[in-house]
Design a protein around this ligand. Structure first.
Ligand code: AMP
Length: 259
């Protein structure tokens, strides 16, 4: 049995996860749940797009056995304050976790709860949310959960922008501005070395109209810790978050230098 956890408002990125799930297991479950525990005060929980009927139609031509779309009460019968909390540890406090305190604890809590409900053998996650993928893998490993985590590459629109349910909030002008993000990620490949890659991306985005950078950094793909200064060869994952219009976008790219 394979599980694909989502927050709905499904797009081709989610579909790629579902296709992978159906190729890895006899049965597949797609969960659709906008998890209040992973949103902070003042974040977009209320306005997050919800479209279950469209999601069902969208998945119509894939071989999904169950769409599991529980209510908050089903997921957290004791109430949100009493939900059994998972901790994402130190990596959960950096980058996305620094900007969104408690976000990854909420993510892990919902993922662990979904694992309990569904009992999957495999669970499929997107590399688009690289830090999320990392903390989920870490939880599975540390707690010895009997689930194999499978990752799927980021699916992008024709202009390079990573598909995201939040992209519907981009205006036409925002959308043009947002294209600088994949352009900057591509430019990182041409940096003189790994240690210069974040600087190249930051320069492009800080000079891009309509884009406000939150963070840009290169992390060790194995530990998700920042690479030491001066490391110029090897593999690193360039990660970034930026706001365009009133939409917070994240993206990343795996880089290899000199190997
Ligand atoms: P979400 O509904 O945004 O919580 O995402 C559910 C799952 O879909 C997560 O594992 C995401 O990493 C994955 N996902 C979201 N966008 C993409 C994308 N553009 N390409 C591949 N996977 C994605």
């Amino acid at each position: 049995m394979a599980l694909v956890p989502t927050m709905g408002s499904l797009h081709e990125g989610h579909k790629a996860l579902v296709v992978e799930a159906t190729s890895q297991a006899d049965r597949s479950v797609v969960s659709v749940f906008v998890n209040p525990l992973q949103f902070g005060p003042g974040e977009d929980f209320e306005r997050y797009p919800r479209s279950l009927l469209d999601d069902e139609t969208f998945l119509g031509d894939t071989v999904v056995d169950v769409i599991f779309a529980p209510s908050v009460v089903v997921m957290y019968p004791e109430g949100l304050a009493a939900a059994p909390t998972q901790s994402a540890g130190a990596v959960g406090d950096s980058y996305e976790g620094a900007s969104r305190p408690g976000h990854f604890d909420g993510v892990l809590t919902v993922v662990a709860t979904l694992f309990d409900y569904v009992g999957p053998d495999v669970a499929v996650f997107g590399c688009k949310d690289a830090q999320q993928l990392f903390v989920v893998q870490q939880m599975v490993q540390k707690q010895g959960l009997p689930v194999r985590v499978i990752e799927v590459d980021t699916i992008r629109d024709d202009d390079g922008l990573a598909l995201s349910s939040r992209n519907i909030f981009l205006t036409e002008a925002d959308r043009v501005h947002a294209r600088e993000i994949p352009r900057a990620l591509a430019a990182a490949e041409k940096a003189p070395g790994l240690s210069q890659a974040a600087g190249v991306v930051k320069d492009i985005l800080e000079n891009a109209p309509g884009v406000t950078v939150d963070y840009v950094d290169v992390v060790d793909p194995v530990s998700f810790l920042p690479l030491s200064d001066g490391v110029s060869t090897g593999a690193g994952r360039l990660i970034l978050a930026a706001t365009v219009g009133n939409v917070r976008l994240i993206d990343n790219r795996l880089l290899h230098f000199g190997q």
